[in-house]
Design a protein around this ligand. Sequence first.
Ligand code: UD1
Ligand code: UDP
Length: 365
Amino acid sequence: MKQVLLVFGTRPEAIKMCPLVNKLKQTNGFDVKVCVTGQHKEMLQQVLDVFNVIPDYDLEIMQPNQTLFTITTSILDKIKTVFDDYEPDVVLVHGDTTTTFATSLAAFYSGIKVGHVEAGLRTYNLQSPFPEEFNRQAVSIVSDFNFTPTEVSKNYLLSEGKKEETIFVTGNTAIDALKTTVDSAYHHDLFDWVGDSKLIMITAHRRENLGQPMKNMFKAIKRVLTENPDVKAIYPIHKNPLVRDTAKEIFGDDDQLKLIEPLEVIDFHNFLNKSYLILTDSGGIQEEAPSLGKPVLVMRDTTERPEGVMAGTLKLVGTEEENIYENFTLLLSDDKEYAKMSQASNPYGDGTASEQIVKILVENL
Ligand code: UD1
Ligand code: UDP
């Protein structure tokens, strides 16, 4: 019996790891345990509830306004006990958060194999996204199995000297989740408020965008809404108090924009599916939108998801007010431009990534 420990801590990691947890649990020959670091609390619990995943270990590290120092040191401090108790043959981590980095470092110190899901994403700019680009590159140094979403990410790893036999192109497990959530018959009370207006979905949370860049984004959005009364926006706002303060300061009470609590993933995916377009600095949403054929204005200077840009669904618009304003206005006023960006495509696989990862682990562990 091989012992597999999956470790994750934030909302996006949970959304993309829970489909894999459930597939692994159905597989003969594996004993599977889940450790959550609790880097997120409410936003993590929402996802665990949806996928019926009950963690075996919870490090409960979250603190209000936590820092990269507290997240990293709390995980390093607490996770060794879990490794000592369970003695996993492999630790599976996801993506690029500080949970991912600290867990991989701890596994390396303990001589335990690391499997990296969503490996090989790169901007090669350590400041953007910060600190995620560092986290990804650091995990790649110690990873034994690299599950990449696309050939693009495989090639980055090859160029960095990772051995080909450790790299497996599987697609992204984000699409596995999306396949189970989107339903054309879905309805929500807020859709009555939207009525026949165009629905814009907004999210923002990146560390490097806190402060002035986020103010710029929100001011641009507010200007466009004022000039386009036929548009309504919904912004399920991240729990980070710094994000909340800025959003409340710039948007205040607005008839055209609703600031709401984070949505459960089933709701959020169906809101995306109902939307006209999306403005975000999120990573995961850049993977989901191309499948749904929804244009995304990415409010960042870089992206590690060039596949969506190549497919035409994503456009990088930076964090300056004027550029966001102009691109948002263009998509609302120019049907041709909108049509160009709203073609559904599937750069991140067919929703079988978890199944493929399980098969690879069965053959290689
Ligand atoms: C983290 C990840 C980022 C990922 C994002 C997904 C790091 C450094 N950052 O950023 O890569 O894109 O998650 O959302 O790993 N909070 C709550 N309840 C929650 C979640 C957060 O109250 O359920 C508040 C807390 O005050 C917390 C703050 O949000 O201190 C920031 O959370 P943190 O995980 O440090 O940063 P994120 O911006 O969420
Ligand atoms: N999401 C969600 N509820 C929300 C907003 C986002 O379930 O209210 C989902 C979204 O579909 C995507 C993931 O959360 O799968 C993205 O998380 P986030 O933007 O916090 O992190 P990132 O992907 O940037 O790391």
